[in-house]
Design a protein around this ligand. Structure first.
Ligand code: NDP
Length: 328
């Protein structure tokens, strides 16, 4: 844990997924004494996933276990951790300043943004009403509650298929509702899905309303529109798992750093450099193409190396802050 007296660092890392922790390992091993602010969900998205079967070196590893190991590795190499959130970043004066939820401020010569992405929701009022009462975005967290019951999963990517398969461990039946007529999940996962007798797929379909009881609050039925036949049907389920992808957690830098249309932070191709000198972005916050734990970790490594080079070039210059003055 952090030496509480520290208020300045060469490298401030924001985010504790594979990108953040890998940046922590590399920056610490470069003797840069990084500080890593872990955020609301230490460990990131992998803490709410089940088996990870594509992390090189581990045929199968539980997502939360992998993240505990990454955190321990970063800490052991000398990365200081803070269990807090960053609420504001000031790039106008150098060193840059981060304000934390606790009110503490930290100054940093370089910053690695690795805040990841968050689950997307359908945006239906009934979805909002039943969130936490039958509607979830995390089968790993909530699947256990649906033992012997019928559930529904929405989406057609790896997450949706993995969640559907995982839920068959508890539920009597799983209905996968997908808006398209083919899945984008990996073929190996699709094969497992189609071979599982507990899972039924509704193609070209979307949820129009989730219905249930109000006291106690609970899901009973989901109205699904079949876009091909243009008919709706009511399907009795107790749980609805939304697995339709993620959106980058870029609110912290909105209006301060250039983003792509989906909110992904823009970096110079082939690097992790943003348009602000000494500010780097890595992982799902910037990557709308690959979005894998291993690619995030790779980008975390790149960001630490980019930060190290930036700091070395700063030190090499006679004046303390020329590159930054260009920006400010
Ligand atoms: P994806 O973006 O891959 O898939 C999202 C799915 O949700 C798509 O099928 C999409 O439909 C559908 N969708 C999007 N918006 C809506 C909407 N408003 N209504 C209905 N359906 C919608 O997200 P994932 O979370 O599945 O995966 C994200 C990344 O993480 C991917 O790169 C994936 O490979 C990776 N991942 C890897 C895992 C692993 O390797 N073990 C596990 C989980 C994720 P459409 O296809 O029509 O666009």
């Amino acid at each position: 844990m952090l030496d509480a007296t520290r208020t300045h660092t060469s490298v401030l890392i924001i985010g504790s997924g594979p990108a953040g922790y890998t940046a922590g390992v590399y920056a610490a091993r470069a003797m840069l004494a990084p500080i890593l602010v872990q955020g609301i969900q230490p460990g990131g998205q992998l803490t709410i996933t089940t088996d990870v079967e594509n992390w090189p070196g581990d045929e199968s590893v539980e997502g939360p276990d992998l993240m505990i190991r990454m955190e321990a590795h970063a800490a052991q190499t000398g990365c200081d951790m803070i269990a807090d959130i960053v609420t504001d970043l000031d790039f106008k004066t150098y060193p840059y300043t981060a304000t934390l939820g606790s009110g503490k401020t930290l100054t940093a010569n370089s910053i690695i943004l690795a805040t990841g992405a968050q689950a997307r929701w359908l945006g239906l009022p009934s979805e909002e009403f039943f969130k936490g009462f039958g509607v979830s975005a995390c089968a790993t967290c909530d699947g256990f509650f649906y033992r012997g019951q019928d559930v529904m999963v929405v989406g057609g990517g790896n997450t949706a298929v993995e969640e559907a398969l995982f839920l068959t461990n508890f539920a009597s039946s799983v209905t996968l509702v997908h808006r398209g007529d083919s899945l984008r999940a990996e073929r190996i996962l699709q094969n497992r899905l189609f071979a599982n007798p507990k899972i039924k797929v509704l193609w070209s379909s979307e949820i129009v309303e989730i219905m249930g009881t109000t006291a106690p609050r609970g899901v009973e039925t989901v109205r699904v529109l079949d876009n091909a036949a243009v008919v709706t049907s009511d399907i009795a389920v107790k749980g609805v798992f939304i697995a339709i992808g993620h959106k980058p957690a870029s609110e912290l830098v909105a209006g301060k750093i250039e983003t792509h249309s989906g909110g992904y932070v823009r970096v110079e191709p082939g690097t992790t450099r943003t348009a602000i000198p000494g500010v780097f972005a890595a992982g799902d916050l910037t990557d709308h193409v690959y979005r894998q734990a291993v690619t995030s970790a790779g980008m975390g490594c790149m960001a630490a190396l980019d930060a190290e080079r930036f700091l070395a070039s700063q030190r090499a210059m006679a004046a303390e802050k020329p590159a930054v003055e260009d920006y400010v």
